[in-house]
Design a protein around this ligand. Sequence first.
Ligand code: FNR
Length: 350
Amino acid sequence: MRIPRKLEHVHHALQLGQSGEQGFADIRIVPNCLPEASINRICLQTVIGELILSSPIIINAMTGGAQETEAINRELAVAARETGLAMAVGSQMAAIRHADAASSYTVVRKINPDGIVFGNLGSEATLEQAERAVEMIKADALQIHLNVMQELIMPEGDRQFTGMLERIALIAARVGVPVIVKEVGFGIAQEGAAALLQAGVNVIDTGGSGGTNFAAIENARRTAKLDWLNDWGCTTAVALLEVLKAAHAQQSSGGGDRSVSVIASGGIRSSLEIGKALIVGASAVGMAGALLRVLQYEGTAALIERIDTFHQEIKLIMTALGASSIAGLRQVPVVILGETAQWCGLRGVD
Ligand code: FNR
């Protein structure tokens, strides 16, 4: 069952696309008419946990597990190598269960031996499986994805979700590389983020709604539809503000010497959206569906060109705002409007 499903996900993700309603339209940047900056002096380097990344864009987890997905991972790895992006592979559980699927993941390390590569498993993974996933691709970090609603809509999905936090805490303490906990498009709220931080996780990827929609994808694979779940979750803008609130609370309650990083993901498609996420407080952004689309419809060279364009455009935004570093962007004021502001008001999120 597992191997054809990976291909169906790619197919449906491309066919359904991204709604783009990730909430960033509600975030408005306050302009700076005297920015005191020069585009040649802008640095895009950022820090995620203990990792230094040369770009704030991360190619987020997508695929692996079948021959056709190996080609996608190979080309994503070429793009990551040529542009200096960190890249996550898709869930490695397929290779942990069937050793012959490993090449669709290890190809990423083969193509990009010196790059930053993230492994990926679900929260059902044991410490031993997490160690194998890291070892398989010599991962620099391990993503653990949370996708309860996707599993519930998937006819063959999991139905039992106990012990997730305990397993994550054990893996974070023992796996030997930074652990990034991510949602896949339903969003992480402050309560969940606080529990993850408490459990020893230092990097959280918001995975909010407004991009690739795994409720819609699983519904497209079902005969008895659960379409009423297609709007489940909170937007990426809301999830980002929620997770940042938990991170700030954690740091001000004595965890100040611990470095906590937040990655924004879910429906990010443009430089302006990347810029807004970084201004609000993300240390990096994850992009999946938008990059997959360029790769599959326009090819690897076009994907490299698109990423280079993103880098030039982010530098343009930073120059206009007088921020020469990603950390400097966080000083830029924003105004939050609409539903995002309403949500934040009701939830006590600043
Ligand atoms: C994904 N995503 C994903 N995430 C994960 O943690 N493990 C996985 O195996 C997969 N598989 C996968 C397949 C395909 C085809 C896509 C497009 C995505 C989820 C992905 O990392 C991301 O969280 C969501 O897609 C939301 O971001 P975008 O696509 O809106 O940028």
